[in-house]
Design a protein around this ligand. Structure first.
Ligand code: GLA
Length: 753
């Protein structure tokens, strides 16, 4: 059992393989946070909590007359409340029926349960019963009888602890939750920085590292989705922590809607982290007897640098968040027609593309936007999920049959949550659109949002999509969402409940996804929101992969995928080889570079395959066969960031077999200069004593470089030479110099007897 509950002393200790977490209910009933970090014993460590009389930090009534030292304003807590003496950022803000904003929580009871808890209607980390434990600590506000159930899920092997909260109104009046965070974590001492990931459409998840100085630091989204602008994932680390050393913590929010992550360094240098649903658009009514479940946060700690945080999360997302058949099955190498045709295609043209693609070894043909309703541009048709047979020149089933007959699987694009004003669906059901009566809505891509908070809308979409899935042999769906949500209002909610809209919308989305994925387990769902606008661990519970960005330029993708890799595995990142000059940046990169970068994701193509030469076709064959050969290594290997895109010359990453038998190192020169310094990286995850041989994949080299280049591998080792794992880690691997602009290398390192 990974949970040790010492009821007599109110002490609860959670252990994972390498970490320990401790909390303590004190004599007043406050649940104090005691410790989270390197694995240690079960002994009471609350001696680190120092109490002192501090002016303007008051004392709870029960102790105030006796002592001025005990203050909620300075104590580290497991779940802080607004309004009753803690003036820092807090986890819970309750409005009572008398209008007061107050709650004060006291320990009531606890239980330890074998297996990981689940959350009704929300994504959550899951595990076999014998591999996870749950601690539930129940706190109560004695005045209002509001109960707060703190849930801790412990995945010992994965070094993961999850947090979620259930709030139950056991009082006799309605209350309004104005804020109900999923996580409160107080760091008692230490100087911290945090790493967050900001961005914009076609340039997502750029890394920002900031000192957590005094004051409140926050990221979040009020856009209805987790957003391109900030990702619901953060790392808190000590100064000087890098990939391989230092103490750090990772926090990933399993939620696809509006979120907030805040950190505050307080008056005595403690740091509090809060994560949960963004409070700006949140006011949840809780009638007597009702309960509210917060989404889940997963956390991990590493004493050996940030790389380990990423690998812990990757492993957990792959096996304990992603579900269904496609979790473990090899995903097909796909070709998508979007950048090849945009809206301008015919069925005949698509069939021709599919035929050529099948001949080159591609496995799945994805028909993107424009196959339904009146949809020849992005101004109309959304909501009318009926094939446009005139445009296709046949029924959708006939087109699908033609494609499957050439040996390819067939997939389709949908944007189920959107509706165009110029659509039959909108004309029939204007009340299903998200608009505020009496106001003109903000348009974005000239479209409105369908009110997914409504059960009738959810049911309609489940029924309509199911009908298409049943009529057509589909094995893949791209689930897109192409705008942010504002003008938040549901015609199905009364005025008092409008503050529930944003969260109800996400619950509705999850319900539709849950129902469709359960009903059609053979369909691989790929999430998308203008690329990476809803790239979060919550979506990955339903869609095991997400289109990483609408930017398909290999060089821009280096930083997008680098940023994404901190919180998410390669198997989750949709990545395609596209045409040059690139449609988003105008940049021309070698074919091999594009495939090397797309192989750091789910790997596919998005270009007009009918326009490629024989020679380019042959390259595609080789790329696919290389990808398939190293599939397990790429998708399930341990991921190491060896050199960041911020490096002067070259970005380098590695996937290593968990047992250290082989590794694939990929390097892309994003900047070339004359007479450059050598690039040497320390290869990780190999066996120290084992011997390895290197194989360099050659593709796209200028003619004159040719074969002779191989025999003159610069700086030392020759093809066929044996090098030990220890040497590769300590002395490093030499990356051959660039032979052309944006040169990419893939080096396979394999153990030899
Ligand atoms: C979004 C997606 C693209 C494509 C278009 C279609 O932008 O991210 O990949 O599907 O929509 O309209």
């Amino acid at each position: 059992m990974s949970i040790v509950a010492d009821a007599k002393n109110g002490l609860f200790t959670l252990h994972t393989k390498n970490t320990t977490y401790q909390m303590k209910a004190d004599s007043l009933g406050t649940l104090l946070h005691v410790y989270y970090g390197e694995r240690t014993d079960d002994s009471d460590k609350s001696y680190v909590i120092c109490m002192k009389d501090r002016g303007f930090s008051g004392n709870p009534y029960e102790v105030g007359k006796k002592s001025k030292e005990y203050s909620l304003d300075t104590l580290p807590q497991e779940y802080s409340c607004y309004g009753t003496g803690d003036y820092r950022i807090s986890a819970l803000k309750v409005q009572n029926m008398d209008g007061s904003l107050a709650a004060a929580l006291r320990f009531k009871e606890y239980q330890v349960i074998r297996g990981k808890y689940t959350i009704q209607g929300l994504p959550a980390v899951y595990s076999e019963k014998e591999k996870a434990d749950t601690l539930e600590v129940i706190l109560e506000d004695p005045a209002s009888k509001v109960e707060v159930h703190l849930l801790y899920g412990v995945l010992e092997e994965n070094d993961i602890i999850t947090r979620a909260v259930k709030i139950v109104n056991r009082g006799s009046d309605r209350i309004v939750l104005q804020k109900a965070a999923s996580l409160n974590l107080d760091f008692i001492n230490g100087e911290y920085e945090w790493i967050t990931f900001y961005g914009r459409h076609v340039m997502e998840r750029n890394l920002q590292r900031e000192e957590l100085g005094h004051g409140i630091h926050a990221i979040g989204s009020v856009r209805g989705t987790s957003s391109h602008q900030y990702n619901p994932f953060a790392i808190v680390c000590e100064k000087n922590t890098d990939e391989e050393k230092g103490k750090c913590y990772g926090f990933s929010f399993l939620y696809s809607g509006e979120f907030q992550m805040e950190a505050e360094k307080d008056q005595i240098d403690q740091t509090r982290l809060i994560c949960g649903i963004h409070p700006d658009n949140f006011a949840w009514n809780l009638q007597p007897g009702e309960a509210f479940d917060t989404p889940e946060v997963m956390m991990t700690y590493s004493g050996a640098g940030i790389g380990m945080i990423s690998r812990n999360l990757h492993r957990t997302i792959r096996k304990h968040i992603c579900r269904g058949e496609w979790r473990d099955k090899r995903r097909p190498v796909l070709i998508n027609n979007w950048e090849a045709t945009y809206f301008d295609f015919s069925g005949e043209q698509l069939a021709k593309m599919a035929k050529k693609a099948a001949g080159l070894g591609l496995e799945l043909f994805v028909l993107d936007d424009g196959w339904f309703g009146k949809r020849d541009d992005d101004n109309s048709g959304l909501g009318d999920w009926f094939p446009n047979e005139k445009k296709l020149g046949c029924t959708l089933k006939e087109l699908a049959d033609q494609i499957t007959e050439c040996g390819m699987q067939f997939g389709l694009w949908f944007e189920p949550e959107a509706v165009s004003e110029d659509s039959d669906l909108y004309r029939t059901h204007p009340e299903w659109a998200v608009v505020i009566p009496g106001r003109r809505p903000d348009l974005s891509r000239n479209q409105l949002i369908l009110d997914f908070s409504r059960a009738d809308v959810q049911d309609y979409m489940i029924e309509r999509m199911s009908a298409i899935f049943e009529e057509t042999p589909i094995t893949y769906v791209k689930w897109d969402f192409n705008r942010s949500i504002c003008d938040k209002y549901s015609m199905a909610l009364d005025a008092q409940s409008q503050g529930e809209f944003s969260h109800r919308y996400v619950l509705g989305l999850y319900r539709v996804l849950e129902s469709l994925t359960a009903k059609f387990p053979h369909i691989l769902f790929e999430g998308c929101s203008g690329g990476g606008g809803r790239f979060d661990a919550g979506m990955l519970y339903y869609t095991p992969q997400i289109w990483c960005s609408d930017n398909s330029d290999a060089i821009a993708r280096l930083s997008i995928q680098y940023g994404t890799s901190f919180g998410y595995p390669v198997s989750a990142m949709g990545a395609h080889v596209s045409a040059v000059p690139n449609h988003q940046t105008g940049r021309t990169t070698p074919f091999a570079t594009r495939s090397c970068v797309a192989m750091a994701g789910t790997f596919g193509y998005e270009l007009d395959i009918t326009k490629l030469s024989e020679e380019e076709g042959e390259k595609i064959r080789q790329q696919i066969s290389r990808f398939k050969k190293h599939y397990d290594l790429i998708q399930y290997g341990e991921y190491y960031r060896l050199q960041a895109p911020s490096d002067r010359q070259c970005t380098v990453w590695e996937m290593a077999d968990p047992e250290g038998k082989e590794a694939l190192v990929s390097a892309v020169f994003h900047h070339v200069e004359g007479n450059t310094a050598p690039v040497i990286v320390r290869v990780q995850g190999l066996r120290e004593k084992a011997c390895y041989q290197m194989h360099l994949y050659m593709e796209d080299l200028p003619e004159e470089a040719g074969k002779s280049f191989l025999t003159h591998l610069p700086y030392g080792y020759k093809e066929g030479e044996r090098i030990t794992g220890a040497a590769l880690r300590q002395c490093g691997l030499v990356i051959p110099g660039a032979m052309q602009e944006f040169q990419a290398w893939q080096i396979h390192i394999a153990e030899v007897e």
